[in-house]
Write a protein that binds this ligand. Structure first.
Ligand SMILES: [Zn+2]
Length: 351
């Protein structure tokens, strides 16, 4: 009995030392529990190992039942809290209205820019931007949107912060390992700029919610690294008629473009009609990525967002910037809309 508790404590302590996420540590302790229970059932009554691990399975079964009750109760509570947060986020009014003196002072370097000015800053305050993914690209995008004063920032992601994220996902910190990324990012944005309203959605973006969610926003920014989500976001952005700022990374190279068929630019599916084979598009975890690269590409995505919202300059519609960090080179290519695109083509539009 004492032996089992000591083993569990050792597992937890060793996990803490190695910075193993809480979930993995609980899994190890769960496995220990199953192992002990199996020993209790399998070994004869007077076996020394059985005597050392609690003598009877009844105690362990009661303990297991109690733990299951607590976990069940927590899961229900978490779901209720998540739903309440979503409702609250929806009900929160966009922080519109005139600027306070503190805000005018905060955005002074924007307001003096001819291309932004007071009107542009007001447009930023009234804007509602959804960021899909709070990882490598999402980190700088979210931080700069908050800093720039985008009034309503939605962020959707189902991951929790992990130790391996912190080499590049600079919105999250060491103390937040194990915390859902959307809440970690929300805390960072609200600490940076209390004048913006952040709506966190701690869940995976799925087909059943994508249209409702995008309906609440003027612009969507995709910083995810999986093709299913990219196609899902693209199709929903086309249906909603809103621009999609998309970025991607591999090792030392990044790319950015603005997909916007409502303004005669191609959509993501015009340019990438099919997802590449898995071995041709390895994830960051498989191929690696240099830490500052998402900072460069994510910041470019945030600049495009500010340009779209304020009307400044020429947005990367129908163009893609490719940045090669290894050689310090960037180039720009033109992208064409495909009339037979199955997502935004004329056949789809007519239907
Ligand atoms: Zn298209």
């Amino acid at each position: 009995m004492v032996l089992v508790i000591a083993l569990a404590a050792m597992l937890w302590g060793f996990g803490a030392l190695m910075k193993v996420p809480h979930r993995a540590r609980w899994t190890m302790i769960g496995l220990l529990y199953v192992f002990v229970l199996a020993l209790q059932v399998a070994l004869p009554d007077d076996h020394p190992i059985r005597l050392a691990t609690g003598e009877s399975p009844a105690f362990w079964l009661i303990l297991g039942g109690f733990a299951a009750l607590v976990l069940g109760y927590r899961a229900v509570l978490r779901r209720l809290r998540g739903r309440a947060q979503q409702e609250e986020a929806k009900a929160a009014p966009a922080q519109s209205g005139p600027f306070s003196d503190t805000e005018l002072n905060r955005y002074a370097r924007h307001i003096v820019l001819r291309e932004v000015g007071g009107a542009g800053q007001k447009a930023l305050k009234d804007a509602r931007v959804l960021v899909v993914g709070a990882g490598g690209l999402g980190s700088p995008v979210l931080q700069y949107l908050a800093g720039a004063g985008v009034g309503t920032i939605g962020v959707i992601d189902d991951d929790v912060v992990e130790n391996t994220n912190l080499q590049r996902q600079i919105i999250h910190h060491d103390a937040q390992i194990g915390t859902p990324k959307v809440f970690s990012a929300q805390a960072a944005m609200e600490a940076q700029n209390p004048f913006v309203s952040v709506r966190p959605y701690h869940r995976r973006l799925s087909a059943d919610i994508v249209d409702d969610l995008l309906g609440d926003y003027d612009l969507v920014i995709d910083g995810t690294d999986n093709f299913d989500t990219r196609y899902l976001v693209n199709a929903a952005a086309v249906r909603a008629g809103i621009p999609l700022i998309s970025g991607a990374l591999t090792q030392w190279e990044g790319q950015v473009s603005v997909f916007d068929p409502a303004n005669d630019a191609p959509c993501y599916a015009c340019v990438f009609p099919q997802a590449p084979a898995a071995e041709l598009a390895p994830s960051c975890a498989e191929a690696g990525v240099i830490g500052p690269l998402p900072g460069v590409v994510g910041s470019m995505m945030a600049v495009e967002a500010v340009k779209i919202i304020t009307g400044a300059g020429t947005v990367l519609r129908g163009e893609m910037v490719i940045y090669d960090a290894l050689y310090g080179e960037s180039r720009k290519i033109s992208l064409k809309r495909r009339p037979d695109c199955t997502t935004c083509g004329s056949a789809v539009a007519a239907g």
